[in-house]
Design a protein around this ligand. Sequence first.
Ligand SMILES: [Zn+2]
Length: 97
Amino acid sequence: MTTQTIDFHNAECSACHKKHVDIRTEIVDPSPEHPNAIRKKIIFRCEDHLNCDVDEIEKLALVKKRFQDLDESDLVDGDDFLNHIVPDRVNFCSQLP
Ligand SMILES: [Zn+2]
């Protein structure tokens, strides 16, 4: 029926597992490998993350991906885990402690 690979009706927020309420195409910074390329990303936001900017969403998306890929051997306490994947202790969205 459709060739779309993204299910726009049921897609999760890019940063967490909630249902999105907003879809936007955002320009993201060029990657080091392709410094002259303009990259666009489709960002899904749930109501919790509506006010997050692209950088925050990308960091949260990285965290989400890491949690999805977790092995049992990766299970550590939350602080160690965040320090491990986000060495600079980024300020996440304001609703987090
Ligand atoms: Zn979200």
